[in-house]
Design a protein. Structure first.
Length: 212
């Protein structure tokens, strides 16, 4: 929270005079005036030894740091129930990290609000360089149908979450270990399990756009 100053106190003539003396004397003060410490843009000199400061990352960047990228297999191994060594597609992990928790909204396709089919479209485009149709039914109609036991990373899983018909109303991207990532209406972008009662009942099939 930002707060503003309500009062500015004017310097007295005596205070101003003292301030001028300090200002005047500082220009002639040696660079190492504070225990041999001097600070310049991008570097620090301590007791005559120059130390280059580490670069500062630009604000509001969406790119992951080196350490953050290294930690992703550990983070998502817990969510997916596998060993970190099984998660080798760092591009997929970085996209999951970028979108995880993003709010759902019908028809949304932005960084702040996205729907299920736009999310699968973005993942296949940005991770696998594959273009697919925009909505869930079109994606289902266009994909190569596969059996559940043949699911691989990057395949799509389709659901009808509103009725018992075969109409497709929801879609997600299969990752591994029966888990898929999707834009949920209640939780936003999240990871779920195909064996969960809700999704097991709503499941309508699986499909592939990526060449094995």
């Amino acid at each position: 929270m930002l707060s503003g100053c309500k009062t500015l106190v004017k310097l007295t003539a005596k205070d101003q005079s003292s301030a001028n003396k300090v200002q005047g004397s500082s220009s002639s003060m040696p660079r190492g005036f504070l225990d041999n410490l001097a600070v310049l843009p991008g570097e620090v000199t301590l007791a005559g030894v120059k130390v280059t400061a580490p670069p500062v990352a630009p604000a509001n960047t969406k790119s992951l740091s080196y350490d953050a990228a290294l930690s992703l297999p550990n983070k998502y191994a817990n969510l997916l129930g596998v060993a970190p060594t099984e998660l080798t597609n760092t591009l997929l992990l970085s996209q999951m990290e970028k979108w995880y928790g993003t709010q759902y909204c019908f028809g949304g396709s932005t960084d702040s609000c996205i729907d299920c089919s736009s999310f699968t479209q973005v993942i296949l485009r940005d991770v696998y360089n594959v273009k697919i149709p925009r909505n869930a039914q079109q994606q289902f109609d266009a994909c190569t149908k596969i059996e559940v036991e043949n699911l691989k990373e990057g395949d799509l899983v389709f659901f009808n979450t509103v009725s018992a018909s075969m109409i497709i109303t929801h879609v997600g991207v299969f990752v591994c270990n029966n888990k898929f990532v999707h834009a949920s209406t209640s939780k936003g972008v999240t990871i779920s399990d195909l064996s969960e009662k809700y999704f097991a009942k709503a499941f309508r099939g699986a499909g592939r756009f990526i060449n094995p």
